[in-house]
Ligand binder design. Structure first.
Ligand SMILES: *Cc1c(COP(=O)(O)O)cnc(C)c1O
Length: 388
């Protein structure tokens, strides 16, 4: 878990400010976009680096009724923190905490016979049924049950249900290319999902929820909404990718602002090498600002020479390499005071770069930018109070 800090009384080296009003507003916007479906806020990986417990609480306050995690440990941590509502997790390995999940009322995903065997054994030991959601591989080729193996899994799950060991609460799947609208795999996966759910329902499965949509499908593909949408990145106010649009196109606002205090401002002569490997030479006499965050804090080393930072109202670019704890920007002769705020990314409306800008600079996706921000950076929560 990340450090959490109250609003700072002393200036911090660096902070990730988490705007919970923006998060709540994003959840409300997503509910409007998927009016017929319940909303699951996906809070895996510490809520994509934003802090699982405060973000889960805020999402529930704004009308999410489900929380989703990858691992069972993440789901159990939400329950341990007292979070109510439905919680589902989907990334199991043999020997996982099935019994604890059953006792904590967590919905568990089953993609194959090994998992069904383990969960039924745990239900027998716990003396109560497990809430099981059967996952279909409709084409992603990752987790989920292949169509050829579906009859066996559905049949075994129905027998376990008849024996009182499981309750089949959901049928679900996941898209491969929902962030590329019009990709032929999207329609193919939808067709396959309809076939696989119809088969299960014909055999007697009565799921509470059928679901398939991640953020991109929630934003662009109403026919994929079914009974529940599983939104992650959009809850944090980021677009799933350039082909989907900007956050503002959907009324979403980025939740995380990453800022640091300049640790040093100094004059250097022209021709001065900067940082490891001297991959940047000052083109002439200039001033440098030392930004005290590095790859240990999640700043991608691939953004060396390209990552943007707002200092004193101007965009600056990382000069030379990102090091473990720090990087340098060329301030072009400006002399902001030591301690001046350097904003790496935020919503963008104060002129600062966005996580999408960093993704572009580092050759990755915004998901990775926010998720990687390290535990050494305190999360500072603002607007925690409900705002209606
Ligand atoms: C991470 C994840 C999601 C959320 O994806 P976003 O694109 O962030 O909305 C949904 N479903 C599953 C199975 C996931 O692993």
């Amino acid at each position: 878990m990340n450090d959490t800090a109250p609003a700072p009384t002393a200036p911090l080296r660096a902070r990730a400010e988490i705007d919970l009003a923006a998060l709540r507003s994003n959840v409300r916007a997503l509910r409007t976009l998927a009016p017929g479906a319940a909303l699951m806020a996906v809070v895996k990986s510490d809520a994509y680096g934003h802090g699982a417990v405060p973000c889960a609480r805020a999402a529930l306050a704004a009308g999410a009724t489900w929380l989703g995690t990858a691992t069972p440990e993440e789901a159990l941590a939400l329950r341990a923190a007292g979070l109510p509502g439905r919680v589902m997790c989907w990334l199991w390995t043999p020997g996982g905490p099935w019994r604890q999940a059953i006792e904590a009322d967590v919905d568990v995903s089953v993609s194959g016979m090994w998992a069904l065997r383990e969960v039924t054994a745990a239900a027998r030991a716990a003396g109560r049924p497990a809430r099981v959601q059967l996952k279909a591989d409709t084409g992603l080729g990752r987790n989920g049950c292949q169509p050829a193996d579906w009859a066996e899994l559905v049949g075994a799950a129905l027998r376990a249900e008849a024996a009182g060991l499981v309750r089949i609460t959901g049928l679900w799947s996941h898209f491969a290319c929902a962030d590329e609208p019009g990709h032929p795999s999207i329609a193919a996966q939808l067709t396959r999902f309809r076939e696989m759910t119809a088969y299960a329902e014909d055999r007697g499965v009565r799921p509470e929820v059928r679901h398939m949509a991640n953020s991109p499908a929630t934003l662009t593909l109403p026919e994929a909404h079914f009974d529940l949408v599983r939104t992650g990145i959009a809850v944090y106010g980021l677009s799933p990718g350039p082909e989907i649009g900007t956050p503002a196109d959907f009324g979403l606002r980025p939740v995380m602002t990453l800022a640091a205090s300049l640790a040093l401002v100094k004059h250097v002569p022209g021709g001065h090498g900067i940082s490891y490997g001297h991959r940047y030479l000052t083109p002439g006499a200039t001033t440098l600002g030392l930004v005290p965050v590095g790859y240990a804090d999640g700043i991608p080393r691939h953004a060396s020479g390209s990552g943007p930072v707002l200092v004193g109202g101007k965009w600056r670019t990382i000069a030379g390499r990102v090091a473990m704890d720090q990087f340098v920007v060329d301030l072009g002769g400006d002399e902001p005071e030591t301690g001046t705020e350097a904003v790496l990314f935020g919503p963008g409306d104060r002129g600062e770069p966005t996580a999408e800008d960093w993704a572009q600079a580092a050759g990755t996706i915004a998901y990775e930018i926010v998720t990687r921000i390290g535990t050494r950076v305190p999360r500072v929560y603002v607007n925690e109070d409900r705002d209606g």
